[in-house]
Design a protein around this ligand. Structure first.
Ligand SMILES: NC(=O)c1ccc[n+]([C@@H]2O[C@H](COP(=O)([O-])OP(=O)(O)OC[C@H]3O[C@@H](n4cnc5c(N)ncnc54)[C@H](OP(=O)(O)O)[C@@H]3O)[C@@H](O)[C@H]2O)c1
Length: 249
């Protein structure tokens, strides 16, 4: 076990688990933190894509480990946290980033998509808290980082259910922060339009897709924001970071 822990300032030496690390923002966070000397534990469903991210990190000299995780299932989050403990002796940070962005207007009645967004974006974050909070309490240190969205700040048509899940993430994170006490940290990161396969895929309407192509920021912008929250001294808790492209209204 290394001497570093979440009571230490900086990114280097920390053990950081990241959900949704097989693509987009999660993969960018994993690569950035590994480059800065963190040991990253990556969770997502697509094992082949996770393996590609691990290979890129290792090729660059970093330390990474992949765990097949479906955030909708409590046991999977418990396995992710346990893997960090088994391999590194502890978990310093859990980045709950996995998300589903299958937005649509209410009249389309895509109720399966609504359920998926609630299960992934909201229950998935709760499953992370359920798995990591007892570990953080036992360690006397730990940091939750939850991925919300500018959609939680500015409500627009077709994003109702998605925005509701991301608003819920902000709300539960603030309550968690208040209950956390002096030893734990809770950070919400709210990205604006970010160029990932999630927003580029057919999951969103063509108008949104073309707007994304025009204005989106790279996922590395979010990775740097996550690193900023992590690198603060232990007694400093960055509450929320909103990072949007300058061209986003
Ligand atoms: N891109 C944007 O403009 C934007 C803006 C604001 C907020 N966000 C948020 O940023 C986060 C990352 O999104 P992204 O843009 O990077 O999209 P992305 O490239 O589609 O990445 C989504 C990630 O979540 C994972 N995931 C989805 N469902 C999962 C599940 N049930 N269990 C485990 N992992 C799951 C996916 O992995 P598998 O499919 O392999 O499981 C993938 O790694 C999301 O929470 C999203 O809401 C994105």
């Amino acid at each position: 076990m290394s001497e570093h822990s979440s009571t230490t300032t900086g990114v280097e030496g920390k053990v950081i688990a990241i959900t949704g690390a097989s693509s987009g923002i999660g993969a960018a966070i994993a690569e950035h933190l590994a480059q800065r000397g963190a040991s990253v534990v990556l969770g997502a469903r697509r094992e082949d894509r996770l393996a590609e991210v691990v290979a890129r990190i290792e090729a660059a000299g970093g330390a990474a480990l992949a765990v097949e995780v479906d955030v909708r299932h409590r046991d999977d989050l418990a396995r992710l946290v346990a893997s960090a403990q088994q391999h590194h002796g502890r978990l310093d940070v859990l980045v709950s980033n996995a998300g589903n962005m299958t937005i649509s207007g209410f009249d389309e009645l895509r109720q399966d998509d609504w359920d998926e967004m609630v299960a992934t974006n909201l229950t998935g974050v709760l499953n992370g808290i359920g798995a990591a909070l007892p570990v953080f309490r036992a360690q006397g240190a730990g940091h939750f980082i939850h991925m919300s969205s500018t959609s939680a700040h500015r409500i627009v048509p077709t994003q109702g259910v998605y925005a509701a899940t991301k608003t819920a993430v902000r709300v539960l994170s603030e309550a968690l922060r208040q209950e956390a006490g002096p030893d734990l940290r809770v950070t919400v990161v709210s990205p604006g339009m970010t160029d990932t396969e999630g927003v580029r895929s057919g999951a969103v309407d063509e108008q949104t897709a073309s707007r994304v192509r025009e204005v989106a920021q790279p996922p590395s912008a979010i990775a740097r924001a996550v690193a900023y929250a992590i690198e603060q001294p232990a007694g400093v808790d960055v509450g929320e970071i909103i990072v949007r492209p300058t061209a986003q209204s």
